[in-house]
Design a protein around this ligand. Structure first.
Ligand code: CAA
Ligand code: NAD
Length: 283
């Protein structure tokens, strides 16, 4: 089986980025979202980023048009009926993801691979809700997808070697470097990154330093491109909280307890950049 047609589910910041790089790499892509506004926003975001690439002479106008012609919006999961690969990038919530995978298992052709861009949830558990666990895998892109080179590839217990090889090859076709990691809460990226972000929230919560000063320490002191609180706003505070909860529950160690301030912000709807307010405010 050769992967030609891909559906990306969830047109948020990750899904739109994944759809963009797939279309730029020559795949036919359907970008799906249940929310019409999110779908329009995702398609517009891609168009804008491609236009910027043309402006910066990283891409020609005709490459941009060819990329956009390979990319179609979709509002129904049933559109996945002739896709070879589906990459799910909906909200980081196990119930939502398992419901999507159960539906995809019924809709997609028998040969199709079902991948999840989950940041932290157990791939083996996602595999288990389908009748094709050997064709289910984790394909964890980093944000912003068009810029970041890494993809963590995570096998569930039953994922086949063939599925792994196909996804590993696909990552290379997308011009990414893949790293295979085992199916443990948070994999590698978020097991290491999120406790740092959570600790940065604690330093603000405990009055050790201001939001700006914590970020300055980590930017100028450790040469991080963004301070941890700017990065948390960029990722989405809801996503950060979900990941900390997965680490806390899955690894059973109190060192992973989410900071109460992070919880409070999410309860208030302060989700970071995407909602206009998090540790900082945005236009
Ligand atoms: N989408 C697409 N492209 C973007 C972008 C976005 N959201 N933000 C920036 N870029 C591109 C810009 O187009 C820009 O290139 P041009 O100006 O040539 O067009 C280039 O990136 C650099 O951007 P800027 O000059 O505006 O800013 P910068 O130098 O600070 O770089 C950054 C921006 C690449 C995001 C950088 O700040 C960075 O690397 N930040 C850390 C990102 C990070 O850690 N990501 C991992 C998050 S964790 C994760 O993804 C896993 C998870 O499960 C939560
Ligand atoms: P987001 O909130 O920006 O987007 C999620 C999108 O999914 C929304 O547009 C929503 O309308 C849509 N959606 C929700 N349920 C759906 C369904 N049943 N069918 C179709 N669409 C549905 O979230 P995001 O930041 O793009 O994160 C998406 C996934 O990627 C999460 O699992 C997250 O953990 C993971 N991830 C996030 C980052 C990050 O930095 N934000 C990085 C890597 C991985």
């Amino acid at each position: 089986m050769t992967i030609k047609k891909v559906m990306v589910i969830g047109a948020g910041q990750m899904g739109s980025g994944i759809a963009q790089v797939c279309a730029q790499s020559g795949f036919d892509v359907l970008l799906n979202d249940m929310n019409k506004e999110a779908l329009d926003k995702g398609m517009n975001r891609i168009e804008k980023l491609l236009a910027r690439s043309v402006e910066k002479e990283r891409m020609t106008e005709s490459d941009k048009e060819a990329t956009m012609s390979r990319l179609k919006p979709s509002s129904m999961l049933e559109d996945a009926k002739d896709c070879d690969l589906v990459i799910e990038a909906v909200v980081e919530n196990m119930d939502v993801k398992t419901s999507v995978f159960q539906q995809l298992d019924e809709i997609t052709p028998k040969h199709a691979i079902l991948a999840s861009n989950t940041s932290s949830l157990p791939i083996t558990e996602i595999c288990a809700v389908t009748k094709r666990p050997e064709q289910v895998i984790g394909m964890h892109f980093m944000n912003p997808v068009p810029v970041m080179k890494l993809v963590e590839v995570i096998r569930g217990l039953q994922t086949s070697d063939e599925t792994f090889t196909k996804i590993d090859e696909m990552a290379k076709q997308l011009n990414k470097t893949s790293v295979e990691v085992n199916d443990f809460p948070g994999f590698v990226a978020n097991r290491v990154l999120m406790p740092m972000i959570n600790e940065a929230v604690y330093t603000v919560y405990e009055g050790v330093a201001s939001v700006e000063d914590v970020d300055t320490v980590m930017k100028l002191g450790m040469n991080h491109p963004m301070g941890p609180l700017t990065l948390a706003d960029f990722i989405g505070l809801d996503t950060c909280l979900y990941i900390m909860e997965v680490l806390h529950e899955g690894l059973g160690d109190s060192k992973y307890r989410p900071c109460p301030l992070l919880r409070k912000y999410v309860s208030a709807g302060w989700l970071g950049r995407k909602s206009g307010r998090g540790f900082y405010t945005y236009d």
